[in-house]
Write a protein that binds this ligand. Structure first.
Ligand code: ADP
Ligand code: MG
Length: 239
């Protein structure tokens, strides 16, 4: 299958099972929500897919290749992109230079080519004033820069880990429109981790609900949001 697929994916930290026998898939062009209360294992799942952590059990298949033990830098080059939940822009660099780093490291472009491609990508995300330092960016611009960095490696699937956190509703709508456009134009598979359920409802075709590391429900948001187990996981989980 084209895209990303996991089978029985499990990661333990000591006695804690952070990701528990998860079967997940993401195909090019689709937007899938990954939801669940705090500590459910969403970020750990992304870290496993990106190769930051290796699985304790199970497999990760990407475009029919078993990549379970492939290191993170190679997965980025293969086409798996992600943002980080805690944003850490390179503060001595400008907006443009931050985005260029993606093209330089993941794609080994020349400086000149990286600069051109980074400019084009920023423009497509509606980013201007590219020579500003990152400290001068507002929150929406900072989030878009993080998305741009995740796209700079030329991924076919990308994971956005709570990129909308801290945005007001207009800014959130702006990002939703941007993400949807990117998915369509580049036939990109996008995994969205998000706490604001309105965003999940608006943006995703289907969702996977995690609780204590395990998938407790999956399907369109409209169905999953009525599921008893999902409702009680949220009420009990303090999310
Ligand atoms: N490196 C780690 N070492 C030990 N425990 C971890 C580590 N990373 C995550 N965890 C634990 O795994 C569980 C899932 O965390 P996480 O994936 O960050 O959840 P979420 O993103 O859904 O809020 C939590 O209990 C967290 O404390
Ligand atoms: Mg998280």
């Amino acid at each position: 299958m084209t895209g990303l697929e996991t089978r029985n994916l499990t990661r333990r930290f000591g006695g804690l099972t952070a990701v528990d026998s998860v079967d997940f898939s993401l195909r090019p062009g689709e937007i899938v929500g990954i939801i669940g209360p705090n500590g459910a294992g969403k970020t750990t799942l992304i870290n496993l897919l990106a190769g930051i952590y290796l699985p304790t059990e199970g497999e990760i298949i990407f475009n029919d290749e078993d990549i379970s033990t492939v290191p993170a830098y190679r997965r980025a080059a293969l086409g798996i992109g992600r943002t980080f939940q805690l944003i850490h822009p390179l503060e001595d660099l400008t907006l443009l230079e931050n985005v260029m780093t993606g093209f330089l490291f993941a794609r080994k472009h020349t400086l000149r080519r990286a600069r051109e491609e980074a400019r084009t990508l920023c423009r497509s995300l509606g980013l201007t004033g590219l020579d500003r330092s990152t400290g001068q960016l507002n929150i929406l611009e900072t989030k878009k820069m993080e998305i741009a960095k995740s796209l700079a490696g030329g991924p076919s699937v990308v994971f956005l880990d709570e990129v909308m956190a801290g945005l007001n509703s207009d800014e959130t709508l702006d990002i939703i429109g941007t993400v949807r456009e990117i998915a369509r134009e580049q036939n990109l598979g996008i995994g969205v981790v998000e706490h604001v359920m309105g965003v999940i409802k608006e943006l995703t075709e289907r969702v996977v609900v995690l609780d204590a590391g395990a998938v407790i429900a999956a399907g369109p948001y409209s169905e999953v949001s009525r599921d008893e187990r999902v409702i009680s996981a949220y009420l009990g989980g303090g999310a």
